[in-house]
Design a protein around this ligand. Structure first.
Ligand SMILES: *Cc1c(COP(=O)(O)O)cnc(C)c1O
Length: 361
């Protein structure tokens, strides 16, 4: 490849070109420090400015209220599967989980190792083709918290509404749709997301936590798992993933320069190109997700047989449309079209889909 491809990878995933160019430009000498930001101390002025402004920028972009903190942690979203119950699920209590996909199941399985869990809703029986309906949710009597997965990266479904849990803390894994549209953060007690889908490179995990949730950890919980400790130390209790946080800050600036509203509109437009190609294919392409649960971030679909799916992935790659193979648990095709995927990439894919169909049906 001599040119950049359209990379539909589910994560790590494509990054905005202006961000990569900026990284390249200042890789050897960041902001006249005479060194790369990779080489700079996390206690130094250059990095402190980055991490504090990253918190402020994310708060501004997402409209995060004053009584929340933004933390930049490690261990991926998968470590949050453990940290959430370790901090909030004290003995004698129950936490409610709603299962809408593979990562929701993983979060649930981890939590079960730590405490008592009630499944408040699940679409597993339907092979996760949709999100639960409000009337299908049955909360336990007084759960410590309710956990949901806002976008199901592998199955390609997305919540279009959020359950009203009143005084019960609502926790969401938003790894694959954070900052892709505007929503009311104040409905949530905690939001977490691995950065490698919508926010930047792998390595840093963003946690948005309401202040009152910081007081809940049991005294015996070891340091690195404690939200309160990370918050008190402004995410610099130990060495943070400095380079990932630096790139994340550039991605946030890239979003700010366009406005989240513009990014959101573009995401709707992008997904429509591909869903229209599915819907206009007279059954050649079949979407995995039911229409009202369709994800704007991960579009999953099948072809008439696996041989055609293999040919589709191979021929698309020759045209610079890469990493379209679906996750092994669902099969078929998955196009991940996070914020940084340009409209042209989705247009090109839709066009390829129509041509491939013409040649093969
Ligand atoms: C990718 C993903 C994860 C796993 O993230 P890691 O950073 O690899 O631990 C968890 N949840 C969702 C919704 C994801 O998309």
């Amino acid at each position: 490849m001599t040119e950049r491809v359209f990379n539909f990878s589910a994560g790590p995933s494509t990054l905005p070109v202006p961000v990569l160019e900026q990284v390249q430009k200042e890789l050897l000498n960041y902001n006249n420090t005479g060194m790369s930001i990779m080489e700079a101390s996390h206690r130094g002025k250059a990095f402190e400015e980055i991490i504090y402004s990253a918190e402020a920028l994310l708060k501004e972009l997402m409209g995060i209220p004053e009584n929340y903190r933004v933390l930049f942690l490690q261990g991926g979203a998968s470590t949050q599967f453990d940290m959430v119950p370790l901090n909030f699920l004290t003995p004698g209590n129950v936490a409610d989980y709603i299962l809408t996909g593979s990562f929701a199941e993983k979060a649930y399985k981890e939590a079960k190792l730590i405490g008592d869990i009630h499944v408040a809703g699940s679409t597993k029986e339907l092979n996760y083709t949709r999100i639960v309906k409000p009337e299908e949710i049955k909360f336990s009597e007084n759960p410590a918290y309710v956990h949901i997965t806002s976008n199901n990266t592998i199955f390609g479904t997305q919540w279009k509404w959020f359950p009203d849990t009143v005084d019960v803390p609502l926790v969401a894994d938003m790894s694959s749709d954070i900052l892709s549209y505007k929503f009311d953060v104040s409905k949530f007690a905690l939001i977490y997301a691995g950065a490698q889908k919508n926010l930047g490179p792998a390595g840093v995990t963003v946690v948005i936590i309401r202040q009152d949730m910081l007081d809940k950890a049991p005294a015996t919980l070891p340091s690195m798992f404690r939200y309160d400790l990370h918050a008190k130390n402004d995410s610099m209790y130990n060495t943070p993933t400095t380079f990932s946080v630096y790139v994340l800050r550039l991605v946030l600036e890239w979003v700010k320069a366009q406005g989240l509203d513009t990014v959101e509109k573009r995401n709707i437009e992008k997904a429509a190109y591909i869903y229209d190609a599915i819907d206009n294919s007279k059954g050649f392409y079949t979407g995995h997700a039911e229409k009202d649960s369709r994800s704007l971030m991960n579009v999953t679909f099948r072809l008439p047989n696996e041989d055609l799916e293999k040919a589709f992935v191979a021929e698309a790659a020759k045209e610079g449309l890469v990493t379209l193979k679906g996750h092994r648990s669902v099969g078929g095709i998955r196009a991940s079209i996070y914020n940084a995927m340009p409209v042209e990439g989705c247009k090109a894919l839709a066009q390829f889909m129509a041509e491939f169909q013409r040649r093969n049906s």
